[in-house]
Design a protein around this ligand. Structure first.
Ligand SMILES: NC(=O)c1ccc[n+]([C@@H]2O[C@H](COP(=O)([O-])OP(=O)(O)OC[C@H]3O[C@@H](n4cnc5c(N)ncnc54)[C@H](O)[C@@H]3O)[C@@H](O)[C@H]2O)c1
Length: 293
């Protein structure tokens, strides 16, 4: 069978790979995670994947955050290697991929997690330089890292790619339309690539965080003591934690989602579903109009 032919499919329930240990959903897998340093979503993903039996390969620009992730994973009995990589640089991504593929001979899971809204500029004050930086840090590296590993996945006829973008990929983000557009590009690349490579046994899915406490987005500091306002902010009534994102990434990376590809899951405490609706404690109901502060 040529690499471009669809896999054989006997249309039997036996085609669904059995899950032998529900506590080790990634047993024996090799998982690459970009931006997997401590205090962020990638760090929580790295820890949870290692707990579930994956050997984790972290590509991280910040050595201190990478090191703290390594210590946490190893002290919990997990397997991890860290690499100082700037994923926006093609040469560094290529060397990283050569190292990982040379070491393991394959990679089973890639999580493209790096992203940043902070190069933000009001659109009227933005420039080709700020657009380029927004592209590099939110979308370009997803292409670089995915291209570096997808060929080996095609050869192995298996793999799962998880792209972390943002809820802003799916709703109008007034703060910085260029950021929103870059995140939407990641989400749509996810959907398109899934269709392209599905026949090789590779799945591609995305998740769109919102309201998650990390080093980049310190909601605790931002909410300035107004913790009682969470029920009016997020429909689930609380702040999100990196672990909330990691659990969905585990589902998408593992055989738990063996029949799911090309989708983008908002992991946002319900903000996308809620649209412009906010719970008004004063009125005891949801409102969609300006409120008195
Ligand atoms: N936290 C949220 O509420 C939220 C909301 C929407 C989207 N997101 C997205 O989730 C992802 C993770 O965000 P986070 O909040 O955990 O951010 P974070 O800044 O806390 O973590 C990002 C990690 O990536 C690393 N990194 C940055 N640039 C890098 C580079 N060029 N090469 C390699 N590593 C690099 C950082 O050192 C850090 O460890 C991002 O794509 C972000 O846009 C987060």
């Amino acid at each position: 069978m040529s690499a471009d032919e669809p896999s054989s499919n006997t249309q039997s329930p036996d085609d669904v790979a059995p899950i032998s240990d529900w506590n080790r959903l990634l047993d024996g897998k090799v998982a690459v995670i970009t931006g997997g340093g401590a205090d962020g979503i990638g760090g929580a993903i790295a820890r949870l994947f290692a707990e579930h039996g994956a050997t984790v390969e972290i590509a991280e620009i910040d050595l201190d955050r990478a090191e703290r992730s390594r210590v946490m994973i190893e002290s919990a009995g997990g397997a991890v290697r860290t690499h100082q990589v700037d994923v926006t640089r093609a040469d560094e991504v290529e060397s990283f991929a050569a190292d990982v593929l040379g070491h393991h001979g394959r990679v089973d899971v890639v999580v493209n997690n790096v992203g940043d809204y902070r190069v933000s500029a009001r659109f009227e004050a933005s420039s080709p330089e700020t657009w380029q930086r927004m592209y590099d840090i939110n979308f370009g590296h997803v292409l670089l890292v995915t291209r570096a590993f997808v060929g080996s996945m095609i050869e192995a006829r298996r793999g799962s790619i998880v792209n972390v973008h943002s809820v802003e990929a799916e709703r109008g983000y007034p703060g910085d339309p260029v950021y929103g557009a870059m995140k939407a590009a990641v989400a749509h690349f996810t959907t398109c690539l899934a269709v392209d490579v599905g026949r090789h046994g590779i799945r591609v899915n995305g998740l769109g965080p919102d309201l998650t406490q990390t080093a980049q987005v310190d909601y605790i500091a931002r909410s300035d003591g107004a913790h009682h306002m969470w029920p009016s902010w997020a429909p689930v009534g609380r702040l999100g934690w990196p672990e909330d994102q990691a659990r969905v990434a585990l589902f998408l990376a593992s055989d738990m989602s063996a029949f799911v590809t090309g989708h983008n899951v908002p992991v946002d405490g319900g903000t996308l579903a809620g649209g412009g609706w906010f719970f008004s404690p004063d009125e005891g109901r949801f409102v969609n109009r300006p409120k008195r502060l």
